[in-house]
Design a protein around this ligand. Structure first.
Ligand code: COS
Length: 383
């Protein structure tokens, strides 16, 4: 454990209080304005949440995976846009650098990512390369003293706020698959790097995605992550193994939140002369949701502990992502059902979670990609 149990308990309690007292009252406003207030970003930075999983020597809290998912269990009990603000700095935006960056690269960027001064983004997906990430076309041509990047990245979370992008590009055009891919650390403002308009999404208002466009964007040689070509795809996959576990924890948290909302509603709402919580058909929905959320919580904790022990959790992280994201989809659907007409009305909040949850089955690998990863690894393990 990175923190002693008292400090960890204190952190969990302060995150829970912050969610309850500061973030939940702002959920509607953030959805309406599609913007997280600047003071919330400051408070999040003051609590150290931008650096949860960044090692202490670079200014972060250096949480273990288990500790990180426990924080996500609390932070995810509100609109996912808040978690998304810190999600890339702790997850896919910084982990490539932590896992495979050179010491010099880590020193240059990690302290500023941990403090929240810099926001980072993970630029893998392209218009023609989504699930088939290894087919990406963005090129990085080697020139004297550096590389020239050309291509378009799509749906890049936090791109409109990012100061640093981890960009996956093909350095070896003779290798069409994973082997020809390298990762680069590219700073916002580099000439030749521009952004598309902010995407209009189904949900998760307040969290922003956009295209990231490279047109003869020149980066220095030391922008190559880890200083080695051809390692980029492996880096992306390792980062996603970890990211999938984190997202699974967020799914558990959202499920627990809407179960709590549904339970309170069912106890208050009276029909046929009694609270609807007294009806067995409503109880069945509550019980199924509670059971599934608990199962996902156990899976996530167990896999996080295995990761902390140094085990390869690629398969189990995919199992968690598959189960937890599908689970929260069912749970929010039942939550709408329990709320009845009120669940369908925009201002009530439940329909917002219903839309917000839909993304979990898609990003950081669709459910179908998780199934492929799980089954392939099972076959491979047979030898
Ligand atoms: N950890 C480390 N290395 C890994 C790995 C992992 N979890 N998964 C794969 N690799 C390595 C493989 O070992 C292989 O290297 P070698 O050729 O040296 O053995 C290389 O990466 C290529 O792997 P693979 O052959 O499995 O690649 P595929 O092109 O068949 O695709 C999938 C793999 C489909 C699993 C991958 O493209 C994927 O995860 N797609 C979804 C992408 C995604 O999540 N997008 C969301 C964007 S971020 S929001």
């Amino acid at each position: 454990m990175a923190l002693d149990s008292e400090t960890m308990q204190g952190l969990l309690e302060s995150v829970a209080r912050f969610v309850r007292e500061r973030l939940r009252p702002l959920e509607h406003q953030v959805a309406q304005e599609d913007r997280i207030p600047a003071e919330i970003r400051r408070e999040i930075a003051e609590m150290g949440l931008f650096g949860l999983s960044i090692p202490e020597e670079y200014g972060g809290l250096g949480l273990t995976m288990e500790e990180e998912v426990r924080v996500a269990f609390e932070l995810g009990k509100t609109s996912p846009a808040f978690r998304s603000l810190i999600g890339t700095n702790n997850g896919i935006g910084s982990q490539g650098l932590i896992m495979d960056g050179t010491e010099e690269q880590k020193r240059r960027y990690l302290p500023r990512l941990a403090s929240g001064e810099l926001i980072s983004s993970f630029a893998l997906t392209e218009p023609e390369a989504g699930s088939d990430a290894a087919s990406l076309k963005t090129s990085a041509r080697k020139v004297e003293g550096g590389y020239i990047l050309n291509g378009t990245k799509r749906f890049i979370t936090n791109a409109p706020h990012a100061g640093l992008f981890t960009v996956f590009a093909r350095t070896d055009p003779s290798q069409p698959g994973a082997k020809g891919v390298s990762a680069f650390l590219v700073e916002a403002g580099t000439p030749g790097l521009s952004l598309g308009p902010i995407d209009k999404k189904m949900g998760q208002s307040g969290s922003h995605t956009s295209d990231v466009i490279f047109e003869d964007c020149r980066v220095p040689a030391d922008a190559l992550l880890g200083g080695r070509e051809g390692q980029g795809f492996r880096t992306a996959m390792k980062v996603l193994d970890r990211g999938r576990l984190h997202i699974s924890a967020v799914c558990v948290a959202m499920a627990e939140r809407v179960i709590d909302d549904s339970l309170r509603y069912a106890v208050e709402r009276k029909q046929f002369g009694q609270p609807i919580a007294e009806f067995q058909l409503v109880q069945a929905m509550l019980a199924d949701s509670r059971t599934e959320a608990y199962a996902a919580r156990c899976m996530v904790l167990e896999t996080a502990r295995a990761k902390d022990r140094g085990e390869d959790v690629a398969t189990d992280a995919a199992c968690c992502k598959l189960f937890a994201s599908e689970m929260v989809g069912r749970v929010v659907d039942r939550a709408v059902q329990i709320h009845g007409g009120a669940g369908y009305i925009a201002d009530h909040g439940i329909e917002r979670f219903y839309r917000d949850a839909r993304l979990f089955r898609i990003y950081e690998g669709t459910s179908q990609i998780q199934q492929i990863v799980i089954a392939r690894n099972m076959v491979k393990a047979l030898g």
